[in-house]
Design a protein around this ligand. Structure first.
Ligand SMILES: Nc1ncnc2c1ncn2[C@@H]1O[C@H](COP(=O)(O)OP(=O)(O)OP(=O)(O)O)[C@@H](O)[C@H]1O
Length: 305
């Protein structure tokens, strides 16, 4: 089916993905699972769940293979590849328009809404979490919701996916990794080499300033602002302050005028730890990383020396 695993499409947390072809001629993506990470029963359980999922924005599982020398999952082939390729490629051939990025974001949110509504799985553990480390660079929050670190923040729930989506949405709006602080940015500021976008963007919005990322039309500015505001709602520290994913779809689709400015979320482990002293938050995992002492300032005014 894969012609001897000739064409590798990529690699994820569970193994490598290869391009294949069914006898019918249909193109497929074959994920060869790392046997040390999942046994046959786990694969069957996953298949029973994922196999029932059928939504236009969720990649379809069309077959599986267990019991032989390899465990494999077979999916519809997505000829455009992963979103990753388009996210951080401004100026290159893979660059997507702001509007397209917005439509993709709405599609992803609708896909999660379908999964939250239509499946009887309590927690989906949104895929993007499994490929990133516990936190982002320099103790900043990554895709994982803070309740996974601090149990007093709230129970684990569907809101965990909303948080992860919010972090992704922020990256889609800004076209840069939230956690990557060593990037050159051109957001109306010259000579700025270190910036943590979520903190900077919150400050801009609080000051009533515009969000400008390179050259943008007024329509694009409004779309970016909407994505950023919705994202800031999604990444609220307390799960109960985050909207449901259904509400997120609504917020993204409605006019920006109806959106309220969200409260400031905690955007670094340092901020979380400070709150920890005040509210007696308890780390839910013993190996909670210490906030690094060398952390640079995270806001624009502080990081611009
Ligand atoms: N159905 C598909 N069609 C085309 N390419 C795919 C498909 N599925 C995966 N790929 C490619 O293989 C790469 C790895 O995918 P995979 O699903 O294993 O990992 P992931 O989504 O990055 O993370 P995780 O292991 O957490 O699911 C993707 O980034 C993409 O480039």
């Amino acid at each position: 089916m894969t012609k001897g695993f000739k064409s590798k499409l990529g690699e994820g947390g569970y193994g490598c993905v290869y391009k294949g072809k069914l006898r019918s001629g249909r193109d497929v993506a074959v994920k060869i699972l790392d046997k040390s990470k999942c046994n046959g029963q786990e694969v069957i359980n996953e298949v029973m769940t994922i196999g029932r999922i059928h939504h236009v924005t969720v990649v379809r599982l069309i077959g599986f293979c267990v019991g032989g020398s390899k465990h494999a999952l077979v999916y519809d082939f997505m000829s455009n590849g992963s979103l990753q390729k388009y996210l951080f490629s401004q100026g290159s051939n893979n660059s997507l328009s702001c509007k397209k990025m917005y439509y993709i974001a709405v599609g992803v949110a609708r896909g999660i809404e379908y999964l939250h509504k239509g499946c009887d799985i309590q927690i989906l553990h949104f895929d993007i979490k499994s490929i990133v480390s516990l936190t982002g660079a320099r103790g900043r929050m990554g895709y994982m919701a803070p309740e996974l670190f601090y149990k007093n923040i709230g129970g684990i729930s569907y809101k965990e996916d909303v948080y992860s989506f919010g972090m992704l949405l922020m990256e889609m709006a800004s076209r840069r990794k939230n956690v990557n602080v060593n990037v050159n940015v051109n957001v109306n500021v010259e000579h700025l080499s270190q910036i943590y976008f979520p903190s900077w963007v919150f400050e801009q919005l609080s000051l009533g300033k515009e969000i400008e990322i390179g050259e943008m039309t007024d329509e694009e500015k409004e779309l970016v602002k909407k994505m950023v505001m919705v994202s800031l709602w999604c990444i609220q520290t307390k799960p109960s302050d985050r909207p449901s994913i259904g509400k997120v779809v609504e917020m993204l689709e409605n006019e920006i005028e109806g959106l309220l400015m969200p409260p400031k979320p905690f955007l670094s482990l340092r901020e979380m730890s400070k709150a920890d002293d005040r509210t007696e938050m308890t780390p839910s995992q013993p190996e909670l990383p210490d906030p690094p002492s060398h952390e640079t300032s995270s806001t624009l005014s502080e990081s611009c020396h």
